[in-house]
Design a protein around this ligand. Structure first.
Ligand SMILES: C[S@@+](CC[C@H](N)C(=O)[O-])C[C@H]1O[C@@H](n2cnc3c(N)ncnc32)[C@H](O)[C@@H]1O
Length: 293
């Protein structure tokens, strides 16, 4: 694990909440209702100009994760770190499941609730403002615990997987996408790149693939799928960087809250970390066994 809380000063939980309270309109403007990478097809990710738009690529990421998690109509899903409700609402509409989304940010909770109302899915989707590291849910309550690009922000990832495992029904799945430190990133230069990403994007630490697999396994889960999607998602940051500059956002942000808009200057930092091999983008699905051995 890199930038582990013992290694470096970590961001305060309040600054993560403040970041999403203030930056959500920026994310919406630059990237749409999903605050996560797009997943381009292998062929498209090799083209200089992609055929698929960012929205199509983001929906592909959500739909591919849902397929690997085997989400069925009627499933009870917990969306941890639900952002503006992009995944929750899509899962409810496309997969006919019932979704509870939690987010640290009060602004995002209200935004997601309004989006669900406008899209007429409030009978199947609800949102709470809650800290995933503190919230409690009854044991055996969910078929799927889903989390796209939230675990980077958690301080005790091992403990989170222990708790999330207990929320799953026997046979339930946990499905995550996460920014990862590459196993090779223990060299000084690569490590500094990961640390720069942690600092710019308020991540207390980034785990490696092996860390995540270890935490899930220790939590009694059986890992079913691991995919390295780095090549297929990286262009996200080229496109974000171009859009941000075209819209003049760094300039506008100077007049609003410069500290909360630092991330606008660091899309290249992330792209460089993928290109150098310091970071990877991973998808992992694990299952709670039907019976405990
Ligand atoms: C990069 S955004 C991803 C949002 C959403 N999953 C999506 O794909 O559109 C990270 C999300 O994690 C949430 N988050 C960060 N730390 C959290 C915590 N401790 N508890 C709950 N949510 C948290 C943020 O509020 C934000 O919604």
């Amino acid at each position: 694990m890199i930038c582990a809380p013992t290694d470096r000063p970590t961001p305060a939980k309040d600054s993560i909440r403040d970041h999403y309270d203030l930056a959500t309109p920026w994310y919406r403007l630059v990237w749409g209702p999903h605050i996560h990478h797009g997943l381009w097809s292998e062929e498209d990710s090799r083209r200089t100009v992609p055929l698929d738009s960012p929205l199509v690529a983001q929906e592909r990421l959500t739909d591919t994760l849902a397929a690997h998690a085997g989400i069925q109509p009627g499933d009870q899903v917990l969306d941890v770190g639900c952002g503006m409700g992009g995944s929750s609402i899509r899962l409810a509409r496309e997969r006919r499941c019932d979704v509870t989304g939690i987010t640290l940010s009060g602004v995002q909770r209200r935004w997601a609730t309004t989006a669900a109302r406008l899209l007429r899915v409030t009978d199947r989707v609800r949102f709470q403002q809650a800290d995933a590291e503190e919230v409690t849910f009854p044991a055996n309550g969910f078929d799927v615990v889903w989390s796209i690009e939230c675990t980077e922000h958690l301080f005790d990832k091992r403990r989170f997987f222990q708790r999330a495992s207990a929320w799953l029904k026997p046979g339930g799945r946990i499905a995550i996408c996460a920014w990862l430190a590459a196993a090779e990133a223990d060299g000084l230069d690569l490590r500094r790149q990961v640390e720069a990403v942690c600092d710019a994007f308020l991540c207390p630490s980034l785990g490696t693939f092996a860390d995540y697999v270890g935490w899930m396994t220790e939590a009694g889960l059986e890992v079913q799928h691991t995919f390295d999607w780095t090549e297929r998602v990286s262009r996200t940051w080229e496109l974000c960087d171009t859009r941000v500059r075209r819209l003049g956002l760094p300039w506008i942000a100077r007049f609003i809250d410069r500290r909360q808009a630092t991330f606008l200057d660091h899309f290249r930092t992330l792209l460089d970390a993928y290109r150098s091999g310091a970071m990877q983008y991973g998808c992992i699905v694990a299952r709670r066994p039907e019976t405990v051995a």
